[in-house]
Design a protein around this ligand. Structure first.
Ligand SMILES: C[S@@+](CC[C@H](N)C(=O)[O-])C[C@H]1O[C@@H](n2cnc3c(N)ncnc32)[C@H](O)[C@@H]1O
Length: 381
């Protein structure tokens, strides 16, 4: 297939040559492209081929240097992605991210595996039309899943094979979790936190644990598997807490787990009890750059309150999935939160996404998840 051609300002040559995953709308000259059109962008001697989208800030997502991807190209990207997962995803785990968009050189599209099913997600109409069919064919061939579905605002669109059941049980590091691919958050589970949950498991022996913004109790189940004596999961969602209870039951921890339906901000104001280990994993606090300052204030308030709930010598495992908050800014928030809470802290571990969410060095914006473990000690020593 021959792509349409569009010539950009020559000044964009270095930017295009650096291999960006996309070009924003304000960089394009006047044109007559439609969503799903393949387009060859040229700036000076640099060129790249991508898919146009009529909506949104991103106008063209870039895939190849000079030719429109064919079936063999999509198969090669999927094979590369699977090789990485085979190296890093533990054998006793059958829920993980198979394709992480920009990080796997397939901008605008993610694919997650849940047992014998794959869930694909994209927000781009252009990607849906021009990229999805080739990727689905390659995934079907390489993984022979029972079914592949496209996750939409409401429900799932079948793309291959049979649709998944309403809920299925998957395994992460040998632990069992219910996944609702139809209505669950993200594509069902927060797969990006898998290795951070495993870190909490390592810390949890003998601990009483408070898991704030718990969703389906993931961090609690890992903590209990690591020998925690008790875990309390707090979340605003009734459905997520019902799954947390079922996850506790399936893993044999029902007696040691308690779900609390509450707004975390109110819960922290109303409760004085302290814990050996507090986990704090709030939802994204900023969708846009302009909301960054408000997000930093919310992180400060939450982390200070959470540190007040850690008994001296205990741990805070804290996360931020707001892309607009850099790892440095998050560290500054944690330092200020410790001052506010009147405790001394030691940063003993930092991480980001699990390795099935790879990043491209030339695209640091792809990083959104920060995870830190702090030891909290009495202040004023
Ligand atoms: C990033 S997810 C947590 C993921 C979870 N830690 C895991 O490992 O799977 C954030 C959770 O916060 C919950 N939530 C959002 N706002 C809340 C609030 N104000 N109070 C309590 N829960 C809230 C959502 O229902 C969601 O389950």
């Amino acid at each position: 297939m021959k792509p349409k051609a569009l010539t950009l300002e020559p000044a964009l040559e270095p930017a295009l040559a650096a291999g960006p995953p996309w070009i924003s709308r304000n960089r394009l000259p006047p044109h007559r492209l439609e969503s799903g059109d393949w387009v060859r962008l040229v700036a000076g001697r640099a060129e790249a081929v991508g898919v146009y989208d009529a909506e949104g800030q991103v106008a063209v997502r870039l895939y190849a240097r000079s030719r429109v991807p064919d079936g063999a190209w999509f198969a090669a990207r999927v094979q590369e992605a699977l090789e990485l997962r085979r190296r890093f995803v533990p054998e006793d785990t059958d829920a993980y991210r198979v394709l992480f968009g920009e990080g796997d050189f397939l901008p605008g599209l993610v694919a997650d595996r849940y047992g014998r099913y794959l869930v694909v997600k994209t927000y781009s109409e252009g990607v849906r039309r021009a990229v999805l069919p080739g990727v689905v064919r390659a995934l079907a061939r390489e993984l022979a899943p029972r079914g592949i579905v496209l996750r939409q605002q409401e429900g799932l669109e079948p793309l291959f094979g049979e649709p998944p059941p309403p809920k299925l049980t998957v395994r992460e590091h040998g632990l069992r979790f219910l996944a609702d691919l139809y209505h669950g958050q993200k594509t069902g589970l927060f797969l990006d936190q898998r290795e951070n949950r495993q870190k909490v498991r390592e810390l949890a022996r003998g601990a009483r644990v408070l898991n704030l913004f718990a969703y389906n109790g993931g961090f609690s189940i890992y903590a209990l598997a690591g020998g925690a004596t008790f875990a309390r999961s707090v979340d605003a969602s009734e459905g997520a807490l019902a799954d947390a209870e079922e996850n506790a039951r399936q893993n044999g921890f029902l007696e040691r787990h308690e779900g609390v339906r509450a707004d975390v901000f109110e819960f922290l104001n109303a409760h004085e009890e302290t814990y050996d280990l507090v986990v704090l994993d709030p939802p994204s606090m900023a969708g846009r750059k302009t909301q960054r300052r408000a997000a930093l204030r919310a992180y400060l308030r939450l982390n200070a309150r959470a540190l007040e709930r850690v008994r001296p010598g205990g741990w805070l495992a804290t996360a931020s999935c707001t892309a607009q908050v850099s790892p440095e800014a998050f560290r500054e928030v944690l330092a200020e939160a410790a001052r506010r809470a009147g405790v001394r802290t030691q940063l003993v571990h930092e991480a980001g996404h699990a390795p099935d969410h790879p990043l491209r060095p030339e695209f640091p914006e792809g990083r959104y998840l920060k995870f830190a473990v702090l030891r909290a000690l009495e202040g004023g020593a």
